[in-house]
Design a protein around this ligand. Sequence first.
Ligand code: SF4
Length: 365
Amino acid sequence: MKYLDEYRDARLARGLIADIAKRVSRPWMLMEICGGQTHTLMRYGIDELIPPQIELVHGPGCPVCVTALETVDKAIQIASLPGVTLVSYGDMLRVPGSHSDLFHVKADGGDVRVAYSPMEALKIARANPQRKVVFLGIGFETTAPANAMAVWQARRERLENFSMLASHFLVPPAIRMLLESPANRVQGFIAPGHVCTVMGYWQYDELSRKYGVPIVVGGFEPVDLLEAISMLVVQLEQGRAEAENQYVRSVAYEGNRPAQELMEKVFEVCDRKWRGIGVIPQSGLRLKEEFAAYDAEKVFDVGGTTAEEPVECISALVLQGLKKPVDCPAFAVRCTPETPLGAPMVSGEGACAAYYQYRRPTAYR
Ligand code: SF4
């Protein structure tokens, strides 16, 4: 299959691994931002195939993992109201809130439905004018254009029973936060290819220059990631720090301008709380005031909820690359995909779920 088979080619992968081994002369710590990339690295054993001088740590790019506990609690609160249909991506149903999850609301008779796109929520709203339909719109810059389109379309159709609980995150401010942390050990980043498909990678130029750290936009297949690692190692060994693009088949420097323009019409940049990590300034998107009628936080008056993470979960450290899932005492013991204590064990993009699937100590299998 074009654009897939060649990026899973074992011969190409072996060549890249040999090339990395030839070039690396000292230890380097690299971070992939996206949870989808984490899963590819684990599934194909890339972390074990590359030279041991290169350590891979995993970043905060799993949208389900960083969605604040307060947002999950608000979704649960809204979904429990009579006359409300809450529509969500499937992963969010099992994410633990402070006391429950959306799956339990559904089991108790709440109308919670799974969708693959916000447009499905619009369809449900059109077909059920007597119900208030709320879409739980989470994600990074990747999902923001489709969510913006749903709100834009709802206003155009004057669809009064549709709203969105929007919680969007922006990648560059998170990288800046990591680089400014005194605890940071990351020396090079693999930036998320799908986010950069929308936003381009011009923002990473400034980050690379300012912090002296190379950033390479990477794809999601094993050869993509090995090539991105190779490009980072070349820069690090040569003492360069630039933003480069491995994922050229999808990403342009300036990104997708029409998608960005739609996002700018509907959303505005705001401070955003990342689950476990805390508030990162200017790291989120929220609906503009002119779309208040479609903002579920305002429609349902659930703006003031505060919540605390379970003490046992060290996901904040995992998401900042300071610990690995196997360092968590609860990993595969008290925290499993069936009984998750934290979101990274639930999500299909979570680092803890990836380690559980591919790196679980034999004693727990
Ligand atoms: S293994 Fe579970 S408890 Fe530990 S950090 Fe991951 S999600 Fe949290």
